[in-house]
Design a protein around this ligand. Structure first.
Ligand code: UT7
Length: 326
């Protein structure tokens, strides 16, 4: 049986830091409120001349280096993003050019904050089916360019950055054990970007009416996220006859510390087996899991043979999980 295995990871964050104290000067909010309700202390924001492809390319270079894979040997590049450089072409095409990955098939995929897991599951199917031997999976976002900086309900939650993973075909016992993806379009209006698509195209009127920005019903999303991430995590473990006790490291989507803690509690996975870095980066949407995975790996928190569980939730609504034997 051919299995897909992550053989290298990389990440890249913008240098510019925006702290909660900076936010206090911009909005009617406080460091105390943000930390208590979200766990976020600061976030990274793209500077002038930095785009989604900038961070995606830098993260990809690091992942390729860690895997010892030449970009020219990649068969596939999939990027999960809701903030591509342009509506088209796919940002994956721009990253292909930057890397010189000339034989790779390239496309973007939109599953909001679940984007990396959707991209990972897609690449895994290409590899398991024999269509690709080496794939690059990226989650990359510049959310700072689609949030309304006058809306305290949303802007302070999000941040920019990218994470990448190289997947290779293997026949061993380690690698991706299973992936599970779900969607419920009945709740699409709880979290979406109102403008710049075919409903509210870029226009002065839509800009004046603030119809171009990200919109979210935070409370609703919160409740759905806790339930869905808990269920889909158990689904991933059950598929391999495993239980939460077997998990070496749980890496949930980094949206809100209260969500992360609630999901960990539901699963019975204690805090020292749950990876958290949202205090430094906020919610980076599709980039959050691959950034966390890369940081965890580089910090020595993932060792050969470990069971790593990934779970995400986002706009769509979408949610998903992956169980990995490292
Ligand atoms: O990536 C996946 C998608 N996104 C998420 O997972 C986000 C899920 N949702 C959340 O993380 C939380 O719902 C939020 C962090 C967005 C909001 O936290 P909350 O505990 O649900 O707060 P709330 O919206 O119920 O607001 C509580 C209070 C309100 O005041 P009153 O009505 O109680 O007087 C708000 O007006 O906090 C007030 N408030 C703020 N105060 C200071 C709302 N935003 C702020 C703010 N600063 N930024």
């Amino acid at each position: 049986m051919i299995r897909a295995k992550i053989t290298g990871t990389g990440s890249c964050l913008p240098e510019k830091v925006l702290t909660n104290f900076d936010m206090e000067r911009m909005l009617d909010t406080s460091d105390e409120w943000i930390v208590a309700r979200t766990g976020i202390h600061e976030r990274r924001i793209a500077g002038e001349g930095e785009y989604t492809s900038t961070f995606a390319t830098a993260a990809a270079h690091k992942a390729l280096e860690a895997a010892g894979v030449d970009a020219a040997d990649l068969d596939l590049i999939v990027i999960g993003t809701v903030t591509p450089d342009f509506p088209f072409p796919a940002t994956a095409c721009i990253v292909q050019q930057n890397l010189g990955a000339s034989k790779a098939t390239c496309f973007d995929l939109n599953a909001a904050c679940s984007g990396f897991l959707y991209a990972l599951a897609t690449a895994e199917k290409f590899i398991a089916g024999g269509t690709a031997k080496k794939a690059l999976v990226i989650g990359a976002e510049v959310l700072s360019r689609i949030v309304d900086w006058s809306d305290r309900n949303t802007c302070l939650l999000f941040g920019d950055g990218a994470g990448a993973a190289v997947l290779e075909a293997t026949r061993g016992e380690s690698g991706i054990l299973s992936t599970h993806l779900h969607t419920d379009g009945n709740h699409w209006e709880t979290l979406y970007q109102k403008g710049c698509g075919s409903r509210n195209p870029a226009s002065q009127k839509n800009l004046d009416e603030r119809l171009i920005y990200l919109s979210m019903h935070g409370n609703e999303v919160f409740k759905l996220a806790v339930r869905a991430m808990g269920e889909v995590s158990l689904e991933a473990l059950a598929a391999s006859g495993l239980s939460p006790d077997d998990v070496s490291l749980f890496i949930p989507h980094q949206a809100n510390l209260r969500i992360v803690e609630a999901v960990g509690k539901r699963l019975g996975i204690d805090a020292d087996r749950v990876f958290v870095n949202l205090h430094r980066y906020g919610n980076t949407s599709a980039a959050s899991i691959p950034i966390a995975l890369d940081e965890a790996r580089r910090a020595g928190r993932i060792k050969e043979g470990d069971l790593v569980l990934l779970a995400a939730f986002g706009g769509g609504l979408t949610w998903g999980s992956a169980a990995l034997r490292w």
